[in-house]
Ligand binder design. Sequence first.
Ligand code: PMP
Length: 448
Amino acid sequence: VKTAAQWAEFGRDHVCHGLGRLRDHVIVKGEGLDLYTADGKKLLDFTAGIGVTNLGHCHPHVSRAAAEQVNSLVHLQCSISFHAPYLQLIDRLLPAMPHPSLDQFFFWNSGSEAIEAAIKVARQATGRQNMIVFSGAYHGRTMGSGALTRSKPIYTQGTGPLMPGVFSSAFPYWHQLGVNPSTSEEELVRLAQHQLDLILRQQVNPKDVAAIFIEPVQGEGGYVPVPSAFLRHLREVCDKHGLLLVIDEVQSGFFRTGSYFAIEQIVPELRPDILVFAKGVANGFPISGIASNKEIMGKLDVGSMGGTYSGNAVACAAGVAAQEVYQSGEIAQNVEVRSKQLFNVLNGLARGEKTKHLITDVRGMGLMAAVEFRNNSDKCTLEGLPEGSSVPKNIGKRVQEYCLNKDLMVLTTSAFDTIRFIPALTVNEEEMDRAMKIFTEAVELVAR
Ligand code: PMP
């Protein structure tokens, strides 16, 4: 029998070197927001498996449904027959779709695979090859999804050539456009539209573009919501030139931002041509998917889509149970209240006499929130710095380190110097309060 320390050593010896980690804990149990380690520690989890266990670890209703399914049917290749949980999950997802035209579904296992499926559908349905994405985007790490990712080179460096035909336009955020933080949203949208317009006039004919991919709230790119005027503009561009609008709600879906899908709050009634989802759909069971309309999906050749584990029966049953909880209304209510509690603290720090010189931005929606710190080496972020104050180096990393040492699990993002908060949507007042106290101590310590 190995001790916790020996297991950690074993992990360092044998787990692929290319996989990063926050800490070498060996987790043996999860319950709600608590994670328990093999050496008896209890951690407060504000990562939720990166936005996956939205209902908390081992939600009893979801775990029970999965356990029951394990005893009736674990696997059936969906290209052999329908199976009941597959159809029940579609039945549960239909009323949750942000637009009624989204009534055709294909399931896969991970977000990256669902993005691959969206690429394939977009190419087959339009007969066109090229894609447009945005600076800061994260859509995955496989050869197709990795080609759409623009948040950090580490995800694909040394592995190219990736899928060709991807054009990247500027996301309407001040960092991405190289303007100062006080630039108005209207101006950011105007600049980003101009960039996109240039690409479509100078680099690629819109008639050769299959789709535009966008996250309604950029995830790894720093938790930046897209301005509604920009999203509306993309819909117009797509309609004008016959491109598909692919909305990636892998991280922002399933009440993470307060509504089933983030676009409902940004542009109500927006019609995505393809909606991509994963993470929160089954609260930790591996299943992802795309939803589209009859016209688009109807253009696919029978047999062109598939995959051994596509729509695994246990994952589908867990997904059905998770939708039952989401659709009870309690989760949306809790996100609203706890989000206010969270943003009160973050905005308080951004205004606070002792800490305001460290913070450039507080942003996000619902329980998808981030604090961006000033970065010494980035001139843009030094704009508006109160006179006489100096900015320490690596604030985000130092704040994160303090939190991790206090057993609060928090993540940075790939972008700038940002800490993100992404707890289970079931987080209670006391848990939020405890996390915010640790975070506040950390920021005040760095400010000293
Ligand atoms: N799209 C978005 C918006 C994501 O946040 C992620 C994962 N962080 C992915 C796609 C890829 O999902 P997966 O890691 O399950 O492949």
